[in-house]
Design a protein. Structure first.
Ligand code: WTA
Length: 641
């Protein structure tokens, strides 16, 4: 990460977005948090950080309350709710069984093949989770052991995660799109005793043979004692290795009752490997207590979850969004969460809209990359569906360009649903900078820090950068859902806090704040370009391209230049009907240069069919750049497809 922090100067703002959108009065009136309470929360979060989070913690149930909210004595190894005993599963499941939610649908599961759907009530889910926890116990697993879960969005994935947490076993979900090598690396790093997987997975109309990757990986995974296999596709698979066990066989005889383990608030909940768009995977560790408080508080307020809502986070469970927003968060709030197994284009590009109408989804949360992909198929597709039940929309994962924001707002939200553009990270565990349903919205801006989140934009030395200019986005005070360490690498964890002076957490992102205090993410610090002395973020350049009608996707990198230091090269995927001609090249250059001004020097445009992305849809600029410069691209295991 340090390499990218060589820049001392603030980044320039090349584009400015003037449009603003106000929420409809009925959204404001019915919001879980009113404008007045929001103001109060902001004020309290500034004045009394611990009091703010204590209030949120009081909404959940604890076996024993804390002696102290926050212990900073070993900073940056912060501890939250010190002395408290709890279990996130108690709050996500057990307590609902005792309430009116017992027979409420907890999870709606929609398979990729049309017509395959299942629903589990809170009570049914509770029983299945108990069974799986009993299975783990019968296999000899104990509190603190690790289980790797290598499965797509299946009900069994949710059951396995909750079953682990119930007895204090640490889960690590490995995205089912990852290769055998990526799987092996992560399983070995976590020293997992068990892998849970499925015979196969449905993905965009094809069957992916997951089990084959496991077969390959476990040859070199000495810690793995058992592999539990869920039958999903029914493909013939080899079960001859003595370590393989069928999920159904194990579950059949398992007890439907299992005590929830009473855990220390700081007991590890899960490890999630992230390499983001840069190098080697890091095992981000989250714990039961603070994580449940942070995720509960942010989701309830930002997505405004109501008792009758169907909430759909269209992310993969192998991503932090899947953990916090598909599974734990909604269950903590007692909501009905929808889980979709498959690809947004299967069987056709209107699958998301079809699912929204089929189940009456009220809140839809997805990523800019998905929106841009669907935009290519035209507005007629969402327009063919009612989408009447939608009340709120959300986006996460990358800066959303204003064109995509507007498309989403107009064609999906029908100008009635505010868009929650939530900025956060695997490391933060919960939303950090985000609008609220009551907020004024600016397309492309992530609005303001969540109450009690202390954010600043600074230079390399930690000095605040004047408003309007961009710099390093840092977080100055701890928050409860923060990661506690990197698994097996406490020094790596400490580094996040040492890059910039002042005991601040360096996010690795570059951002600016406008005159209203709204934040605009300009890109990853690693990707910042320095052209003729001006620091320029990738988002501005890409957004200028996105605003041209011919452009479906764009990715910008810097390449060395003997005169300017660096110049920009942009990879462009064209929309259907456009041809990559010299004329279009010229037109695009003229167009974006006019948009961006003379500072951003676009050296060349390359028309490509695809842009390399991670499985969560982030552009891998590092891959483009190393290819361009003939360098080693580094770890490619998180590359999608
Ligand atoms: C980027 C995803 C702009 C950012 C939850 C961050 C965003 C990284 C946004 C973390 C957003 C996430 N606007 N950029 N709303 N949300 N990012 O760990 O660069 O997969 O640092 O967590 O995604 O990605 P991660």
């Amino acid at each position: 990460m340090e390499e990218s922090f060589r820049f001392k100067e603030p980044t320039e703002t090349l584009l400015s977005e003037e449009r603003v959108f106000r929420p409809l009065p009925e959204i404001v009136v019915e919001a879980n948090i009113s404008p007045k309470d929001y103001k109060k929360a902001l004020e309290k979060g500034q004045r009394d950080l611990e009091g703010f989070w204590e209030e949120a913690a009081e909404k959940l149930e604890w076996f024993k309350k804390w002696d102290r909210v926050l212990d900073e004595s070993h900073a940056p190894f912060y501890r939250w709710f010190v002395g408290a005993k709890c279990n996130i599963v108690y709050n996500a499941l057990d307590r609902h069984i005792k309430s009116f939610r017992k027979n409420k649908v907890a999870i709606i599961w929609q398979g990729e093949p049309l017509g395959e759907k299942k629903k589990l009530t809170y009570y049914e889910l509770y029983r299945r989770v108990n069974q799986f926890a009993s299975v783990l116990k019968s296999l000899g697993l104990k509190k603190g052991d690790r289980v790797a879960i290598y499965m797509p969005n299946l009900l069994q994935t949710a059951i396995a995660m909750l079953g682990c947490a119930k007895i204090g076993v640490i889960h690590t979900v490995i995205h089912s799109g990852f290769s055998a090598i990526a799987l092996k690396k992560r399983v070995n790093d976590a020293k997992a005793r068990v892998i849970v997987t499925s015979d196969g997975a449905y993905w965009n109309g094809k069957i992916i043979n997951l089990k084959k990757a496991v077969d390959e990986a476990i040859i070199e995974c000495p810690s793995v004692e058992h592999v539990i296999v869920v039958k999903r596709t029914g493909e013939p698979i080899d079960m001859s290795d003595g370590r393989y066990l069928w999920w159904d066989d194990l579950m059949e005889g398992a007890s439907e009752e299992c005590e929830t383990e009473i855990l220390d608030a700081e007991h590890p909940l899960y490890i999630l490997y992230t390499s983001g768009t840069t190098g080697e995977p890091k095992g981000v560790l989250h714990v039961h207590g603070g994580y449940m408080v942070g995720v509960y508080r942010t989701l309830k307020w930002v997505f405004d979850l109501k008792e009758t809502d169907i909430y759909w986070c269209a992310a993969d469970i192998g991503w932090v969004t899947g953990h916090s927003c598909l599974l734990y968060g909604p269950l903590l709030c007692g909501a009905t969460t929808l889980m979709y197994e498959g690809h947004p284009l299967c069987p056709k590009a209107d699958r998301l809209w079809q699912i929204v109408d089929k189940f009456g989804v009220n809140i839809l949360y997805t990523a800019p990359t998905t929106i841009r992909m669907l935009m290519r198929f035209g507005a007629e597709l969402p327009r063919r569906h009612h989408l009447k039940t939608l009340r709120l929309l959300g986006t996460v994962g990358e800066p959303i360009n204003p064109e995509a924001w507007l498309w989403y707002y107009e064609n999906v939200g029908r100008e009635r649903c505010p868009i929650m553009d939530t900025w956060w990270q695997t490391e933060t565990g919960m939303f950090m900078i985000t609008p609220f349903p009551i907020s004024l919205l600016k397309p492309g801006s992530v609005a303001k820090p969540f109450p009690a989140i202390h954010v600043e934009i600074v230079d390399r030395e930690g000095n605040p950068i004047p408003q309007g200019k961009g710099g390093f986005l840092v977080i100055k005070r701890p928050w409860p859902a923060m990661f506690r360490t990197l698994w097996g690498d406490p020094d790596g964890y400490k580094k996040y806090w040492e890059i910039i002076p002042g005991n601040v957490y360096t996010t690795g992102d570059v951002a600016r704040k406008d005159e209203d205090g709204y934040f605009w993410i300009q890109g990853r610090a690693d990707d910042i370009m320095k052209i003729a002395g001006h620091c320029i973020g990738t988002a501005d350049v890409e957004n200028a391209f996105f605003s041209h009608p011919a452009v479906a996707e764009a990715a910008c990198i810097s390449i060395p230049d003997s005169i300017k230091g660096e110049v920009a090269k942009v990879f462009v995927v064209l929309k259907k009907g456009y041809k990559p001609t010299d004329e279009l090249d010229r037109e695009l250059r003229q167009y974006v240069q006019k948009e961006l001004g003379p500072i951003a020097i676009i050296k060349s445009i390359e028309f490509v069919k695809n842009i390399p992305k991670t499985s969560s849809g982030k552009i891998m600029r590092r891959v483009l750049k190393s290819k361009e410069l003939g360098l080693d691209p580094g770890d490619l295991t998180t590359l999608a497809d």
